[in-house]
Design a protein around this ligand. Structure first.
Ligand SMILES: NC(=O)C1=CN([C@@H]2O[C@H](COP(=O)(O)OP(=O)(O)OC[C@H]3O[C@@H](n4cnc5c(N)ncnc54)[C@H](O)[C@@H]3O)[C@@H](O)[C@H]2O)C=CC1
Ligand SMILES: O=C(CO)COP(=O)(O)O
Length: 342
């Protein structure tokens, strides 16, 4: 394994729960981390209290974390910058980063989503906004990883994908700890699609729970959801093996079964009869699957990929289809051979 140098200059962009957990992991490992936070008062409070009381309360953060509201401070002169903001602000934030980045900085995205307006995954948005970025210095990190469990040092396995093996290995070495095991992969699009589309399926799994349906139904959703992810992946040139890995089935199982998932929770509440608009109004955190459902719907139509569960989630969220009716429609589709349709 490539040994990282603790004098590497690292910046983290994003002070939500995942940004906090990963910034803390790096600082705990010995790096000094300049950490950009969107909310001015939050950066100030973290400096004083060493706690992110908005997005990851109860975790005592490393003294080596340097919170700032100045994006330039977090990204200028860095060897590696981790970007971990909600997908709908990725374009704005990375565009603002562009003038401050030096040549040679490795950019790692740990965000999970597909942009509504362009149907690009996060690495695509980053390429758009950082035209001078060398493709060989772009990596994505994804996998089954609830932020709080990572911050508490619970054993976790994730994937880092980059086109260039040296880059993936460098990022692997930077992030890996005895409690955070990182596998490399060269399939950027597969790793990103696994992380993005599982959020849509997790909303469906939450709905199933909210409707009071059973474990059979949840297992059916995970199985058929994985088929949808694999189909979309194939149409987009992903390696199908990625979807049996941590960024595929690993993250899908976690979010479809984990009550702490924000996507699962929002699905569950909709299954219980609550309205999406009301739920979004009371949420400070992001449930990426809500926006990604729209992107996946449009992407699947554009590419001619059959994704009935994802379409059902889209129609429930945006076209008032009743969750119970959606289950009936899914269960009474034409009967098929399981092996024919992959
Ligand atoms: N929380 C988790 O366990 C995990 C999250 N992720 C992904 O990480 C990404 C970031 O999510 P979280 O850290 O969970 O966020 P979060 O939901 O905990 O917090 C929301 C974040 O959005 C930021 N924000 C809101 N408006 C903004 C704006 N206009 N400009 C810039 N930032 C703004 C807030 O400052 C805050 O950092 C998402 O794509 C998520 O899917 C991936 C793996 C695990
Ligand atoms: O992506 C995640 C875990 O891998 C977090 O899932 P939620 O955003 O649904 O909480």
């Amino acid at each position: 394994m490539v040994q990282p140098f603790l004098d590497m200059r690292i910046g983290v962009v994003g002070g939500g729960s995942w940004g906090t957990a990963l910034a803390h992991l790096l600082a705990d490992k010995g790096y000094t981390v300049d950490w950009w936070i969107y909310e001015p008062d939050l950066a100030q409070r973290i400096r004083e209290t060493r706690e992110n009381d908005l997005f990851l309360p109860g975790v005592v953060l490393s003294q080596r974390l340097m919170p700032t509201n100045e994006l330039q401070k977090a990204v200028a002169g860095k060897d590696l910058v981790l970007v971990v903001v909600p997908s709908h602000v990725m374009r704005t934030v990375t565009s603002e980063m562009a003038p401050h980045l030096q040549n040679g900085t490795i950019i790692v995205s740990a965000s999970k989503g597909i942009e509504n307006s362009t149907l690009l995954t996060m690495s695509g948005v980053i390429r758009d906004c950082l035209p001078n970025l060398d493709e060989d210095r772009l990596a994505v990190l994804s996998g089954p990883s609830f932020a709080r469990e990572v911050a508490l040092g619970m054993p976790t396995v994730v994937s880092v994908a980059a086109r260039e093996p040296d880059c993936a290995q460098k990022v692997q070495a930077v992030f890996a700890t005895p409690a955070f095991r990182v596998y490399t992969n060269d399939d950027l699009v597969g790793v990103e699609l696994g992380g993005a589309v599982k959020n849509v399926i997790a909303i469906a799994a939450g709905m199933v729970d909210g409707l009071g349906l059973g474990l059979n139904t949840r297992a059916a959703l995970i199985t058929r959801g994985l088929t949808e992810i694999r189909r979309l992946g194939r149409a987009m040139g992903a390696n199908p093996r990625t979807f049996t890995g941590s960024a595929g089935v690993g993250d899908l199982v976690l979010t479809c079964t984990g009550d702490v998932s924000r996507n699962h929770t929002i699905g569950k509440k909709i299954g219980q009869g609550m309205q999406l608009a009301d739920l979004l109004q009371e949420m400070r955190m992001v449930a990426e699957g809500v926006k990604t459902a729209r992107s996946v719907y449009n992407l699947s139509l554009r590419l001619g990929v059959e994704m009935p569960i994802s379409h059902a989630v889209y129609r429930i969220l945006y076209e008032q289809l009743a969750p119970k009716e959606a289950v009936y429609q899914l269960m009474t589709r034409d009967l098929k051979n399981e092996l024919d349709e992959d």
